[in-house]
Design a protein around this ligand. Sequence first.
Ligand SMILES: Cc1cc2nc3c(=O)[nH]c(=O)nc-3n(C[C@H](O)[C@H](O)[C@H](O)COP(=O)(O)OP(=O)(O)OC[C@H]3O[C@@H](n4cnc5c(N)ncnc54)[C@H](O)[C@@H]3O)c2cc1C
Ligand SMILES: *[C@@H]1O[C@H](CO)[C@@H](O)[C@H](O)[C@H]1NC(C)=O
Ligand SMILES: *[C@@H]1O[C@H](CO)[C@@H](O)[C@H](O)[C@H]1NC(C)=O
Ligand SMILES: *[C@@H]1O[C@H](CO)[C@@H](O)[C@H](O)[C@H]1NC(C)=O
Length: 457
Amino acid sequence: MPLPSIQALLLLLATFWVQAPSQDTREVIRRDVCIIGGGASGVYTAIRLRQRNYSVVVIEKEGRLGGHTETYLDPDTNTPIGFGVALYQDSPETVDFFTGLGVPVERILPGGGTVQRIDLRTGEAVAPYPGNTSEALARYVAVLQQYPYLATGWSLPDVVPEDLLMTFGELTAKYDLGAAMEVISLYTQGVRYWLDYPAVYILKFMSLALMQALQTGFLQTARHDNSEVYRAALTELGPDAMLHSVVVNSSRAGDAVHQLTVRAADGTSTLIEADTTVLAVAPAGDVLQGLDLDASEASLFGRFIHGHYYAGLVKVANFAPDAQIINRGADTPYGLPDLPCTLMLEAVGVPGLVRVSYASEEPMTALAVQQAVVEDLGRVVGGNGAEAEFVAFADHSPFEMSVSREAIEGGFYQAAGGLQGHRNTFYVGATWEFPGASPIWQAVDRLMPSIVARLGG
Ligand SMILES: Cc1cc2nc3c(=O)[nH]c(=O)nc-3n(C[C@H](O)[C@H](O)[C@H](O)COP(=O)(O)OP(=O)(O)OC[C@H]3O[C@@H](n4cnc5c(N)ncnc54)[C@H](O)[C@@H]3O)c2cc1C
Ligand SMILES: *[C@@H]1O[C@H](CO)[C@@H](O)[C@H](O)[C@H]1NC(C)=O
Ligand SMILES: *[C@@H]1O[C@H](CO)[C@@H](O)[C@H](O)[C@H]1NC(C)=O
Ligand SMILES: *[C@@H]1O[C@H](CO)[C@@H](O)[C@H](O)[C@H]1NC(C)=O
């Protein structure tokens, strides 16, 4: 084989030289809006902006869109089983969002199955709390009707009424709501301990719209696959959804194009340039590391506290096929279970699979939660639960972002409202309107004119 000439070698070297990576290899992407977080609020914002012909990019940490919406595909029966967001309050925006992405919805009335109340610390049955539940719920609705502004956002009056500031325990005593507590606690799963909490959070969570849905029904996806809409959104967004990606640094001036450096799990970095940033993640934990917070943002975000909420699916023999077990305290106020604890164990229609939920005020490891649930299951199905095995698990923390009574009284939410648009940054999602996806989407629609105004629209 003839030796290559010096010239040919030099040519080869030069080619490599040209192709060799430079120091800053960041691809630059220019969009109208950069959305951080690809859960319910981020995806909805992206789809709505694209409908108005604005360009977007969605930065999502996980390898899928949907956030709290989680689905397990049972390999034996090929059945999708949701263990996160499942039911939606009926609203035109919700129907439009689903059907626009090719996902039909249907109406479903809650309840139906037989509920067993069990103190999971002992496995003993607990009697229902005495009193007339319908009458207590009617009293609860009458309280809600005094504060109609709770239905939309956090536009609290300057002097916040004492009913909203007192603990939910005090409100319960004041209006004799004990017989409504079981229903309220079931629909406000995952909040911190109900009775100690400023009442406004329970009143926001168990809203008039939610009370209405208990009577008229919720929406669910007709093909019973709660993640279908997010897979459709991923297809629709294509490369505009950046999965496995987080923001590592940002510069968000109010009068200049925003620059955000995004790093993907494979190590590649991208520079996003956008007119506006939308934060669709709870402002807590790692997402704050990459954001250039100013003093007002940092001081507001620093006041939030939150609970810890876990959900999963467990494979276990001997669990009755239609059982729904709720954890109640035999000797606790209103039968509310003490946190941390399992909240609910319910059959999901696939034999041997049980959906579980668990709440804690302090963070817990997945292993600690799973061990506690397995022990509880042992007290229900007999044996020691050793046969029980988690096939799916999700940590939904941070869940239920909240602030203290003093902060609410001191105008926290008025100040937080003033953050919308500050430094061309907008905030959507469960921190700013909760609990359900439908009210969160309605809040996005209310914010849309302000976002569009920044885009020269
Ligand atoms: C178990 C459970 C069940 C629920 N069930 C219902 C229900 O049936 N009906 C209902 O209406 N509501 C339900 N909810 C309420 C739910 O919180 C809201 O409906 C809604 O999903 C909240 O949307 P979001 O966009 O605020 O948050 P999420 O859906 O959590 O979206 C946040 C997204 O940001 C991503 N993310 C996090 N950190 C970063 C980061 N650093 N960088 C980039 N991305 C990041 C997350 O992975 C996630 O995808 C449920 C909540 C939980 C926890
Ligand atoms: C978006 O662009 C399409 C194609 O150019 C156009 O038909 C449509 O009317 C535009 N929509 C809006 C809301 O401007
Ligand atoms: C509860 O109160 C309602 C309305 O007053 C009444 O119709 C119903 O029969 C009561 N239920 C029970 C179990 O007493
Ligand atoms: C942001 O991170 C990128 C990649 O690490 C780096 O090149 C850039 O200098 C950083 N920018 C700022 C403002 O820190």
